[in-house]
Design a binder for this molecule. Structure first.
Ligand code: HEM
Length: 219
């Protein structure tokens, strides 16, 4: 197993697998949060279920946190190895000649997403842990919607979220096809995959942007 992570292809495959997992999470996360645009009750119900179901809380959530940490750590390792490989940037990379601007800057868009996640965890997750385990309060199944709306009142937070979501889109635009390439599965279906990747990297961030702006304008 350690040999797998030591090989360049092993690291890329591990990176791709964690990316697929996180991309799947983003679909679910967007699907849950998008309900807040049209049904306060449905959003509260789903959030309550997600927040109290033991399988989600104690099995899926730790796996998700592990997936996020793994993806970041592996991303840094890949970046460092690539830098070492040719002293400056990506291995076999000849600047704009054979790689796009975004593919060379995955680490920077990744760092913005990491900064966003720190803010996002402070905003929602720390609060959840506090309410559930530290300053335990009686469960209020209808609190989620108002908590969400309140978060998007300050313009600075909405701006920080929106900028992060644009960077997330750029990160996904390259990451989506790159992950498939690392798994060696673009052959013959390249165009279709590229189109799905484009659609995914626009729809997911745009959905989150709409949610943030909607609650900012409708509280
Ligand atoms: C408008 C956009 C978003 C909203 C309203 C939102 C809302 C939330 C809420 C309410 C939670 C707390 C869930 C809980 O523990 O009960 C949460 C957790 C989380 N969010 Fe978001 N989110 C947004 C965008 C994103 C994005 C773009 C990412 C990833 C890049 C992300 C990653 C996470 C992660 C990793 C957690 C912790 C998961 C967990 O608690 O199980 N979120 N989000």
């Amino acid at each position: 197993m350690s040999g797998f992570f030591k090989s360049s292809i092993g690291r890329k495959v591990a990176m791709a697998l964690s990316a697929f997992f996180l991309m799947f999470f983003l679909i679910i996360h967007l699907a849950v949060n998008i309900t807040s645009l049209f049904s306060e009750d449905l959003f509260n119900e789903l959030s309550h279920f997600m927040g109290t179901n033991p399988l989600i809380q104690f099995a899926l959530q730790p796996v998700l946190i592990f997936g996020v940490v793994f993806h970041f750590v592996m991303g840094f390792i890949l970046e460092l190895k690539n830098k070492k490989a040719n002293g400056v940037s990506y291995a076999r990379n000849n600047g704009a000649a054979n790689s796009t601007w975004m593919s060379r800057n995955m680490i920077y868009s990744g760092l913005v997403i990491l900064a966003f996640l720190v803010l996002h965890f402070a905003d929602f997750w720390v609060h959840e842990i506090n309410v559930k385990y530290v300053n335990v309060q009686p469960e209020e199944p209808t609190r989620y919607f108002h908590e969400l709306q309140e978060k998007f009142v300050p313009a600075w937070r909405v701006a920080a979220y929106v900028v992060s979501f644009v960077l997330l889109g750029l990160h996904l635009a390259h990451g989506f096809t790159s992950a498939f390439q690392s798994m060696g599965s673009t052959v013959g279906r390249k165009k279709t995959l590229q189109n799905i990747g484009k659609a995914y990297s626009i729809i997911i961030p745009l959905g989150f942007i709409i949610i943030a702006l909607f609650h900012h304008l409708n509280h």
